[in-house]
Design a protein around this ligand. Sequence first.
Ligand code: NAG
Ligand code: NAG
Ligand code: NAG
Ligand code: NAG
Length: 790
Amino acid sequence: MEQRGCGAWRERRQWVVFMVALVLFWSGASAQIRYSISEELMEGTVVGDIVKDLGIDLSALKDRGFRIVSGSTEPLFQVNQNDGILYVNQKIDREEVCERSSVCLINLKTVLENPLEIHYVAVEVLDVNDHSPSFPETEKRLEMSESALQGTRFQLHAADDPDSGQYSVQQYKLSQNDHFRLEVKDRGDDRKTPILVLQKTLDREALKSHQLILTALDGGKPPRSGEIRITVDVSDVNDNAPVFTKDVYSVLLNENAPLGTTVIQVNATDLDEGSNGEVIYSFANDVQGKVRKRFDLNPKTGEIIVTGVIDYEENKIYELDIQASDKGTAALTTEKSVIIKIVDVNDNAPEIEVTSFANAIPEDSRPGTTVALINVNDLDSGLNGKVLSSISEGVPFTLTPSLQDNMYSVVTKSPLDREKQSEYDLTIVAKDAGQPSLSSVKTISVVVSDVNDNSPEFSLSPYAFYVTENNIPGASVFSVTASDRDLNENALISYHIIRNGGEINKLLSFLNINPENGNVFAQKSFDFETLKTFQFQVVATDSGTPSQSSNVTINVFILDQNDNAPVILYPVSANGSAEGVEEIPRNVNAGRLVTKVRAYDADIGYNGWLLFSLQEVTDHSLFALDRYTGQIRTLRSFTETDEAEHKLVILVKDNGNVSLSATATVIIKVVEPKEAFAASDVKSSVKDEEENSVTFYLIITLGSVSTLFLISIVVLIVMQCSKPTDYSSKYLQDTNNDGTLCHSIQYRSGDKRYMLVGPRMSIGSTIVPGSNGNTLVLPEHRRASGEVRS
Ligand SMILES: *[C@@H]1O[C@H](CO)[C@@H](O)[C@H](O)[C@H]1NC(C)=O
Ligand SMILES: *[C@@H]1O[C@H](CO)[C@@H](O)[C@H](O)[C@H]1NC(C)=O
Ligand SMILES: *[C@@H]1O[C@H](CO)[C@@H](O)[C@H](O)[C@H]1NC(C)=O
Ligand SMILES: *[C@H]1O[C@@H](CO)[C@H](O)[C@@H](O)[C@@H]1NC(C)=O
């Protein structure tokens, strides 16, 4: 710099010298000359040829002494004594010598002695641009609010330049920027003050500080400059509202979310600084209380948490208006909606409601009859609310969906029968399609009401009753019962006997039936000997409308009682008593048939089974009576000593429980062989005639008895077949070896025991009362005494 400066000055020296203007002022006593030099000339630089200019003889210099009067010890100028040239003795700084005066003149006084001659020389020091403008500081920090208005001014320190005139500060320049421009206030006196003017408002958020460089320039050519770095810090003003980071806040939340669940976190940012940029969150004023009960907003973090029960069924969507405010003194606020969509969870079981219900349905209802209407509801939505309803299996009911949503009818699907099942518990299950699915169950009881669809049923069909003859007139002989599977009056039975005219009607006229209980009364005693069996029908009618009835055939079998005593058929005397006289030849051999007592008993079975015995006899060694046949035979031949007449009293006894008997008296006369023979011929022919008529009579009796027996067998078989299990029946092969009954069949029915008596193998007997069999009613305890009887 100095080198360069030195070179510059050397160049300029010529130019300075060249520029010396010689002004000579001539006055009376002295002349004045004036030189102009630039400041800062090098030591020894020639100012001017002062001697010549003053018109002094050069030779006089040494002789007379020529000097410059100067007060200072170090004079600025010197005169060369040899050639009279004025030169610069030391570097002259104009600013030092003249300070800020506009014309810097240094007045020199030269003295030439002998004679004293005083000359005045003025040297004008001309300014040179040797200083750059400078600012008092190199850096400057300014603070400006971003709210500062356009045109705001800010005065800066002026730059200083010691040079004067045109070399002083002439202009300022501001570095390129958008916001500021420079204004310069000229106060004259070479003093120019720069003023920073805001030409475009500041935005701290855009740029927090602005770096400017202010340059001051002087008027030199080239100009010299000085700089100051200006930093403008923009101070914050709460001019930015918080901004939410998302345009839309939308979130799904499961219902029944536990308390404290974070739903969403909202986030708003504020570009401002400090408290102007500190954001707090809150619910907007229009958020209802019921929403505030369920959600809470953390004012600092913006988290929305669950604080209440979230029920999809109550509210499917929440729209919360949220505010974000900063903490500036005039707080700015932004609102945003947060949409919380509640997701349905399958938390509601379907509900079954029976809206109408017929609690009794007639059993004759046709399939498809509606029994109940049910309404199935599920508060959930979607699959969680989609309900499948079903009815329990195995019942004759089904569910049919109705036109209305969620409505079902319970209808019958097949015919009902109250008698099979009178009540149904229908279990209706409603199940939703959620995962896991929920279901509910409802049971309804359906009662099947009775319809008169069953006719009465007799306990037996046909009935067979065994009635002992000689019953007490007016007493109940037997009873029939019928049952009806229906209910109440449909099952209330009344009985009556069918009387449809004809012969049987006469018989039936003495039979009555109690319409309520089916007891049958006979107004008359039965007589086995006149009527052995008959049949009639009883109708049972229920009281339903229309009523139903059914009939049953009743077979009545009259049982014999031992009410007939044996009747002696032979011998019979003229006056009707059982007496007879037999004559036999004296010479008969032993074993000769004398006669045969014949008897008849109208009863049957044991009651009619006759046994013969000798009640009285004159000589036991002579005659024997066959117990079964009544034949009287000789035991031995007669001897001379035997009497001629013998009397035999024969007891004929039936086998009834209380047996009845008759007696016959036979007088046997022993005659001489010849007359006896003749007599016996006559007798036998008479006897044959008698025998023939008896035989005929017996055939008829036997025929009817066998018919009755056959009927009895058939009836018993039918009874056996129709009720095989109810009776502990068993056939017992009775090998009763008392010699009277060869085979009999005992049949047990209830507490009665029936005995079928088979034909007896009685050789040669004329009257075989039990030969066609009969049915005897033997009470159980009679068995032992039965044996005794024979
Ligand atoms: C909010 O958003 C800003 C800017 O995106 C981010 O820096 C900040 O971490 C977010 N705050 C939260 C709590 O997410
Ligand atoms: C008895 O019942 C039968 C069928 O069970 C019927 O055919 C008959 O006509 C009935 N008799 C009377 C008299 O009602
Ligand atoms: C048989 O007689 C006894 C008493 O002698 C009597 O108790 C019983 O009932 C009678 N049995 C019949 C079937 O008549
Ligand atoms: C018939 O009657 C009985 C009594 O009833 C007599 O005892 C018999 O002698 C009498 N007989 C004759 C043949 O008359």
